[in-house]
Each structure stands twice: as structure tokens, then as C-alpha cells.
Design a protein around this ligand. Structure first.
Ligand SMILES: [Zn+2]
Length: 410
């Protein structure tokens, strides 16, 4: 079912016998999209700023903003400072009356989140975390229950739901093909199943794409058309944006760097192959390698806590993990030549004690960068800024839901 979005309104019939009425309607819709895009990518703006950023004339911006205020998609706020002369009011995406929902599905737990259209949410009140059920039907039921609970609290009209899932996703259909770390999703279309039950538009993203959205809408990738994102956690995901669009490949499956073979006779991978990069270059791989030496299972959280407390020395395993990871990062830099490469992962939050890193100064991220510099082609590395991602998958699904509600699913 179409929510109260502009997306449905835009589907006009180009063969209409009454073009004189259709064309102005189309132009109005295009202008509304441009204004919403400007507000989503640049944040609260005056009408004059919107004119500058969109190239739309002043009177048209005034008309479009009035229509969007009527539709409850944008709101006005008072300007913070009194400028010279009469300052115009600031326009922003709506914080009340309407909302968007997000769902981050992970191997261990899921996060459901409710946010305003401008992406604001309260970590305590608007986020519900629950363990990921082992059976698909239970997963759908849990997602419906938690999202409905958030809708009950938020009250406003829900414009859409953004959902991130791990694994191989046919992005065009929103169907999970195989999810090596979450097999209950294999062959399923979680977005469609939730849409049927909730009667709200759902957009499904690969989790790395959600991180791209977070960085593009709220982070350091604003105004950056060519960048890449590496998600290093249980798996190893890659998202590449070129010319402002995500690289999808023929079937929407591009970016599966984690399943490139790096050890011919390596460990089995969740995908069915052996020796994939993600079996040796993720935080889960690090914990597994240390656990093997210790003869017990240890999670990455337990490992990081033990290392920081000086109870475990994981120098060797960490070096090996970073060595392999550097090969993956260098490959992305060499192949895609991004202006920025964002790296997301808890591993880099760890302040490992110097005693555990003898004669190896620098934090974990800096040590990774030194290895990447050795592996990547010098001209490609020199042209690429490698930084830590500061966004989150929660922010990404919220951004995608907001965009989907105001722009359709394109
Ligand atoms: Zn694999």
C-alpha cells in the first residue's frame, strides 16, 4: 500500500490527453523533490538558501515550501541569529506529525527505531533492541511487534520503513539471496513480508548500503559523489557510490568483497566456499583465531574487554587480521579510486594497551592505515582519504526511509 508520500502522486500517465494539466503537476512534483532533497542533504535552510542550492526561483520555492508545510513534510523554525535586515524563517524536514521507521537486522540482535523525517531520534525512547529469532517467521513476528510498539508511541503518520539486512541482497527486488551469517533470511523478502503485515512502504538495503546512506545524508560524505564504505564486523561488506549512485552490478549483487578467496585451503565460510576474506579479516575472525589458541569460544566483546584489562595478549592474531584487512582495503582503493573510503567497525574503538602492542605505536586504525599504504598503489592511495565511519546502520535506515517516502524507491 502506498503511504502518504509524494511517490505515488508522481506516477503520471505520459500519454494523457491533457498535457497542459499534467506537465505543471509534474514540474511541481519535481520541484518538491528538489526542495526535499536539498533539506535532506543540507539540513535546515532558509528559502534563499534553498533557491541557491536547487536553482529554483524564489516565488516557486515559496509556493513549493507552502505546499510541503501543508503536507506536513516540512516545518518552519525561527532563525538562530538575527542577521542584518529581516532574516527569513528556516525550513526543515518535519519533526512532528509524521515519522519514519527503521530496522537493522543483525546476526545476533535487531534494532527497531522510530525517527522524525529529519532523522532525529531518542536513543532511549525510540530504539527497541531484540535478539534475532532463529526462525524466519518468528523474526517477521518480532519485527512487526517492535515496529508497532514504536508506532504506538510516536503517534504521527508513518511515511515508510527502511530495513538493513546482511548478506547477498538482490537490491532490485529487495530479496535476500544468501545471508552467510543469517541463513534464516535466505531466499526471503523481509521488506515485502513486513509491508504486507504493516501496510507501510518498506525499503530493503544491504547493511553496507545503509552505512553509505548515513554518511551521505548525515555524515562526512555530504556532497561527495564518489566514495566507498567497508563494514567490518561479523562479515565484511563493501558499498561503492559512484556519481552519487550505489554500484549495484547486473543483479544488484555487486560489492561482495568479503567472499573473495584469499587462502586457497582456508577455513570454511558461511557462503559455502573456503578461505574467504571475511574468514580472516573481521572482528569475528579475530575472536575466532584467539579462541582457537585459548581452546574456548570467545566473543569479540569479551576479547576486547580482556585485552584492555591486560588479561589476554592478541598481538599475533590482530597483526594477521590487519594484514588481511589491508589487502581488502587496498583492493577497494586500487579498483574503485574513491575520493574517500569509510571504514566501519568496533575493532577500531578498542584502545589496546601499549604492552600488548610492543614496538608498534599508534592505535588499531593507524596501524591498519600503515599496512594499507604498503599494499595499495601509491597514486591511488595518495588520492584517497581513508577515515573511520561515524554514522550507524540505524541512521542509515532512517535516512533511506525518509528518502523513500519523499522520493519514491529510486
Ligand atoms: Zn565466503
Amino acid at each position: 500500500m502506498q503511504p502518504q508520500s509524494l511517490a505515488g502522486v508522481l506516477s503520471i500517465n505520459m500519454n494523457s490527453p491533457a498535457p497542459s494539466r499534467v506537465v505543471p503537476a509534474l514540474l511541481r512534483q519535481l520541484n518538491e523533490r528538489s526542495v526535499l532533497s536539498a533539506l535532506q542533504s543540507r539540513g535546515p535552510s532558509s528559502r534563499a538558501e534553498i533557491c541557491r542550492h536547487t536553482g529554483i526561483s524564489g516565488p516557486t520555492v515559496t509556493r513549493v515550501v507552502a505546499a510541503l508545510i501543508d503536507a506536513k513534510l516540512v516545518e518552519e523554525e525561527e532563525p538562530l541569529q538575527r542577521a542584518v535586515g529581516r532574516p527569513g524563517k528556516i525550513v526543515r524536514l518535519a519533526r512532528s506529525g509524521v515519522c519514519v521507521l527503521g530496522l537493522v537486522v543483525g546476526p545476533d540482535h535487531c534494532d527497531a527505531v522510530a525517527a522524525s523525517l529529519d532523522g532525529q531520534f531518542d536513543e532511549a525512547a525510540d530504539v527497541r533492541t531484540f535478539a534475532t529469532p532463529a526462525k524466519y517467521d518468528d523474526l517477521v513476528a518480532a519485527c512487526v511487534r517492535e515496529l508497532r510498539a514504536l508506532m504506538g508511541r510516536r503517534k504521527g503518520t508513518v511515511l515508510g520503513v527502511g530495513i538493513s539486512v546482511p548478506g547477498l541482497l538482490n537490491r532490485r527486488e529487495g530479496r535476500s539471496i544468501v545471508s552467510p551469517n543469517l541463513h534464516q533470511l535466505d531466499g526471503r523478502n523481509l521488506g515485502q513480508d513486513l509491508e504486507d503485515r504493516l501496510q507501510i512502504d518498506c525499503i530493503v538495503l544491504q547493511e553496507c548500503q545503509a552505512l553509505c546512506w548515513a554518511e551521505q545524508v548525515y555524515g562526512e560524505a555530504r556532497d561527495t559523489a564518489d566514495f566507498a564504505m567497508l563494514d567490518i564486523s561479523a562479515g565484511l561488506g563493501l558499498g561503492v557510490m559512484q556519481g552519487g549512485r550505489i554500484v549495484q552490478g547486473h543483479s544488484g549483487l555487486a560489492g561482495e568483497l568479503g567472499h573473495v578467496t584469499v587462502e586457497l585451503d582456508g577455513k570454511p565460510c558461511g557462503c559455502g566456499n573456503r578461505g574467504c576474506l571475511e574468514t580472516v579479516a573481521t572482528d569475528t575472525a579475530l575472536a575466532a583465531a584467539v579462541g582457537e589458541r585459548l581452546g574456548r569460544i570467545i566473543t569479540i566483546d569479551e576479547l576486547l574487554a580482556d585485552v584492555q584489562a591486560g588479561r589476554i595478549d592478541c598481538r599475533e592474531e590482530l597483526d594477521r587480521t590487519l594484514d588481511y584487512l589491508a589487502v581488502g582495503v587496498a583492493a577497494v582503493i586500487n579498483i574503485f579510486n574513491p575520493s574517500k573510503l569509510f571504514i566501519y567497525g568496533r575493532l577500531f574503538d578498542a584502545e589496546l594497551p601499549q604492552s600488548g602492542l610492543q614496538a608498534q605505536p599508534g592505535n588499531v586504525f593507524e596501524r591498519l592505515l600503515a599496512r594499507v599504504e604498503r599494499r595499495a598503489l601509491a597514486p591511488c592511495f595518495a588520492d584517497c582519504k581513508v577515515v573511520r565511519a561515524r554514522g550507524s546502520k540505524r541512521l542509515g535506515v532512517v535516512a533511506a526511509a525518509g528518502h523513500g517516502a519523499t522520493h519514491g524507491r529510486s
